[in-house]
Design a protein around this ligand. Sequence first.
Ligand SMILES: *Cc1c(COP(=O)(O)O)cnc(C)c1O
Length: 327
Amino acid sequence: MQTAEEKLAVLEGADAALVTSSGMAATTTALFGLLRPGDEVVCSAAIYGGTLHVIKDFLDRFGVSARFPAIAEWSAPERLIGPRTRVVWFESPINPTLRCVDVRRVAAACRERGVTSAIDDTFASPINQQPIALGIDLVMHSATKYLNGHSDVTAGALVGSAAIIDNLQAARKLFGGILEPASAYALARGMKTLAVRIARHNENAMRLAAWLEADGRISRVYYPGLPSHPDHEIARSQMRGFGGMVCFDVGGGYARACQVYDRFQIIKRAASLGGTESICSLPVLTSQYGLNDEQLAAAGVTRSMIRLSVGLEDVEDLIADLDQALA
Ligand SMILES: *Cc1c(COP(=O)(O)O)cnc(C)c1O
């Protein structure tokens, strides 16, 4: 466990790290470790579903209130912090639209008010984005994804200053979030190839996104590396690479999305992300499952979106697969 933690702290440019039994264990360790009755947590409305449920369904029982500002409100983070705010929790890039938040600005607003800033950095990985250097207090990862990278381990991580990590040690142990040794070993081994994997994920995703954007059969591509993405400039200012996640809208509603989705042959249809193999999912069946039209609109999600976790395959094979699926 210690080896994985030391590697992570170095990768993030932080003092210390804790690995946990899942990404959700990292999130709950942080939230239950940091918050007290009467506190408020400000959490992005566009956030991993599990995080939303922990805050909405559980923290509330312990006297912690919450607000969920929409993505547009994060451009002025100073206004999001209230007198009882103790923790600000957000993601960048955000699933599945890959919208990005100005991380430096959120960090500075929090620091000025003595509020703990926490980012779920799962999509970026420390190779593409180092939030600690941008002023963030606490970085959370689902190590199940890119950090382990082989879709065979469930793990999570928290990274930050010695003070904040020391403070969260007890919560991790007592809530049962310890990572068992075999998974910690696999995670440390997976991280040996993180930099080369991410370089290839970035490269393949950029090629695919550009190919999709040039193809007339789809209606829109969402990739922060494309100049057409609404947050391309923000992403450029804070990321070294744009990551392996690409989302595209095939138009024609849910039926058309299902048709394309069911035709993939190389790209696998599965949940999760960040592994060596390319996988795809329909956000309305996974991260945005059960949301009504209004809630979908608030998340910027449509029924005809397909989300791709672009893997390490030969990109020409992936393009050929997309091409035949769209035919
Ligand atoms: C998967 C994921 C999580 C939860 O991680 P688990 O390891 O599955 O518990 C949290 N945040 C993001 C962005 C994720 O993709």
